[in-house]
Design a protein around this ligand. Sequence first.
Ligand code: B3K
Ligand code: ZN
Length: 850
Amino acid sequence: MTQSTTRYLADYQTPDFHIDTVNLCFNLDDTKTRVVNEMAIEKVSDQSNITLNGEHLSLLSIKVNGTTLTKDDYQLSDTELVFALTQQHNTVVIETQIDPLNNTALEGLFKSGDAFCTQCEAEGFRRITYYLDRPDVMATFTTKVIAAKESFPQLLSNGNKIDSGDLENGQHFVTWQDPFPKPCYLFALVAGDFDLLTDSFTTLEGRNVALEIFVDKGNLSKAHHAMTSLKKSMKWDEEVFGLAYDLDIYMIVAVDFFNMGAMENKGLNVFNSKYVLADEATATDTDYFNIEAVIAHEYFHNWTGNRVTCRDWFQLSLKEGLTVFRDQQFSADMHSAAVTRIQNVRVLRAHQFAEDASPMAHPIRPEKVMEMNNFYTLTVYEKGSEVIRMMYTLLGKENFRKGIDLYFERFDGMAVTCDDFVNAMADASNKDLSIFKRWYSQSGTPLLLVNESFDPTTGEYALTVEQKNMPTAQQQEKHALHIPIKVELLAGGVSQEHLLELTEAKQTWHFSMFDEKPVTAFLGDFSAPVKVNFDQSDEELITVMQNAQNTFCQWDAGQKLFMRYIERLIDTPDYILPNELIAAFEVMLTSNDLDDALKAEQLTLPSFGEIADNQQIIDPEKIIHALKTLKLFLANGLSNVLSRCYQACQQTNTRTPQTRALASACLSYLVLDTNNEQLVQNHYDNGQNMTENLAALTAAINQSLENTDALMKDFEDKWLDTTLVMDKWFSLQGMQQGDDIFANLEALTKRDDFSLNNPNRARSLIGSFSMNNPKHFHCATGRGYEFLTTQLIALNTINPQVAARLITPLLAFKQYEEKRKAMMQSQLVKLSNLDNLSKDLTEKINAALG
Ligand code: B3K
Ligand code: ZN
């Protein structure tokens, strides 16, 4: 009866039983919550034993069709409950007891501060009651919640409130009913004493929807941006996709203890407070942007995820890739499309490409899984979104919309597969997507080798593209993919755009009637998640930077120049950088056509992660030296123009997110001039909001300025009681450059306000240290690796999901130079020898060491 540890997509079988209705009753208590679960279960095969999932539960009783089972009537293990169901229609009542207070894994029912809340995706419902915990079992839920009225005046669950009242001993109850059948991963319950922001929205169908956002007492003024974002999302989904909301109430609850960003439970989203709360004083422009995007993402799931859900968890990208694509399109429509795209691509290149190169590489539709929580990845989400975007590019906007319409026409109310989605797209557009489907089963980042030739006598230009799909961990055999490539040919002051469809290993396209060899802006809008090897001269890249119509290509040409010189500096540390680089960036910075946010993006160098991903063998010291040298070269060469840009941004009467982005980018260069400590001090002192304060602190920390400690102290004194702001302070601490960092980290982890039980806090210090502080994380003594391992050992028992996220930088040890490789490996071995290593960490460590 023990559950096999690894599950395979190929083994999928339809369920033997359906659950039609679920009636839940919760008697809430910190350590002894009682759950009564009454299910109407229908047998749909000749199997007579039903196997329900259940973990960390105390079973109190089971009744089948009115008869209480005795111990001999069922088998019980740590993960399963098995008993016989002989009739076709059965009523099963199971009573369990759970311990929310000591549920530090934050899956199932747990406490966040004083409130009770739940997280069931992917497989957390089995920590609440015994159930068929799989997404293709969809039932109608009715939920009664009972708790002390004084401490928990608000009792929430999915759907509509159908009953409520007072009970004896100061208890009260509320009953909720969700009319839409759903898988149990979308179940939610919240009980607490919150401040409530209300509003309403009338849908295109004329439905009046009550909008309610619940936040911790005292935070009401910080919920308005989330509410505005929600209304914008509802409107956008109606306008762009014709999709309207379907219940009379939409609730969002913000909690401080949460493993991820947010959760799209039907009608009752639970959010990490980080993605709800904002005001000028405490939130940055980036926070504002992210809140809007996450609110939209969870809202969009109501159709892509909830109305049509996944057949099994291997299909996760069906809802996540599609919903990320939808939220990216929404953000692009709300803000600058080009800047939004550039930021998406940065994440992809720095993190998803690294995942594809790591031992945990997997296709966007994984084929085997040990712990499902390990597959909420950049690959499933971000690359998944790129795959949807490629279909959008190949089909065009109108056909894509037809495909979406057909998808809902066919599958509303069902649990389906990625193939079902692609088939709807293909059928609606008559586009052959058979080769395209390989994107779902093939892992790895394709490399495009591009060659060009020009014949001046005929005026013909030829572009040859070859795709290389290299073996990845756990997948040796690769096939050619269907890759949309947008190109722009620049010649004689005009630009021609083409969409090329690469479907074979190598193809050539011919273009005629050129007087001179055109300059090619390749992969417009980053039309496919690929790497490109195209040997263009500096001069050509500068032409693209200055003349391409496609803004993404302009930016990307600058990044290619940066990357080229970083790589030269890695090979030859005293390489002399060319002044043409300065000239090109001076032109860019003084251009009147570019918006400030784009200039900021242009000034931002590729990250350590992105550079590392392009190295055969990673030597952190060489990368850090190269980055520093290039940055200093630009800072010196551009100092006047950077100063002028900075002053212009600061002096404008209307500072905007765009001017602040450019000011911050300039400051990060200007701080390299030792005389500019006062500039940073002023930026902090005169800062009008959190974006400006944080830009000053970041500059001070990165440069270890003399005034860093004083600034950090001032910030701490001011914000000690504001959790989300202190998370920022802890993140900054993780990025300290001084050599006393390890003693400081040690002291930080001992503070009263540091706790591994709080995921945001743990991530802010440990995550920022291991991901944003390569100098010390990869320090030659190995102390950085040891620090991370010590924290992971503690987190392994407290919160395996958070531990499994934070281990990421250690997994790629094989890509590092020998000394570091050995030190990282030995930390992984140490972890692998733990007695109680969680499934989450086991899966990743085995993949890395295997
Ligand atoms: N669907 C959730 C993620 C659940 C993660 C479980 N470990 C949030 C989202 O993608 O919208
Ligand atoms: Zn999602």
